[in-house]
Design a protein around this ligand. Structure first.
Ligand code: ADE
Length: 236
């Protein structure tokens, strides 16, 4: 998979090298390139040079904050987006990012992240690339507002790349983890069997695989019911 990130804070993505993702890059499963948006802001829309490399402007219709410029973003995206690439625009106004969306994106040959700041990117950018036949996804990490798309892009990259076949050492741990089957994960324990007066549930020491599976399933349901009832299928 090829991942391109366009941002006004390219230094932020230095952390890609030290995360789990570093391993995938070394093994050539993922190739990441980070691009400075301001390199596409050297010429104004009228063709004159822009020594300030302006990336934003006041919103039409008024209102607080600044909007990132369509002409600058168009130039930056045109430089990297490939024919089957997916354009991902992190935004609090996007569709919720979920494990199933991560799984879907793990099959894309290219992801291009457009990390907006301020009040977002001129809405014509998403419209234009969708009109051109590209898959364009505005994706939200959750119902809260970040200062920009960088943290969200990083989270999405980590969730997606670990699902690429061959990336994780233990494929079974992906199958069993939280959200893989729509429920929260069961609690896990390791030695010692007793710690600060708290004992590991007896069943886990029994070696009885069917009973262990049953117990874990019950724990998943109880935990999901208590903490995330919205994840449970509706009862009829
Ligand atoms: N940019 C700002 N807030 C965001 C959020 N919650 N999710 C994705 N991108 C964002």
């Amino acid at each position: 998979m090829r991942i391109d990130v366009i941002t006004i804070f390219p230094e932020f993505f230095g952390v890609l090298d030290v995360s789990l993702l570093g391993k995938a890059r070394e093994s050539a499963l993922v190739e990441t390139q980070v691009h400075d948006l301001r390199e596409s802001a050297t010429v104004k829309a009228d063709g004159s040079p822009d020594v300030h490399r302006t990336v934003d402007d006041a919103p039409f219709g008024g209102g607080a904050g600044m909007v990132m410029k369509a002409d600058v973003w168009g130039k930056a995206i045109d430089r990297v987006l490939m024919p089957l690439g997916v354009l991902v625009i992190p935004s609090p106004a996007g569709v919720p990012f979920t494990q199933s969306l991560a799984a879907e994106l793990s099959h894309a040959p290219q992801l291009v992240f457009a990390c907006g700041r301020y009040e977002g990117i001129d809405a014509r950018v998403a419209e234009h690339y969708a009109d051109q036949g590209y898959r364009v996804l505005e994706v939200s990490l959750g119902d809260y507002v970040l200062n920009g798309g960088e943290v969200a892009a990083f989270a999405i990259i980590e969730a997606v790349t670990r699902l690429i076949p061959g990336f994780m050492g233990n494929a079974q741990s992906i199958v069993e983890e939280s959200h893989a089957d729509g429920l929260l994960e069961y609690p896990s324990y390791t030695r010692p069997a007793s710690w600060r007066g708290i004992d590991v549930p007896e069943v886990l020491l029994s070696g009885h695989h069917a009973r262990i599976s049953e117990w874990r399933r019950a724990q998943q349901l109880a935990r999901t019911r208590a903490l995330r009832p919205d994840l449970l299928p509706p009862e009829d």
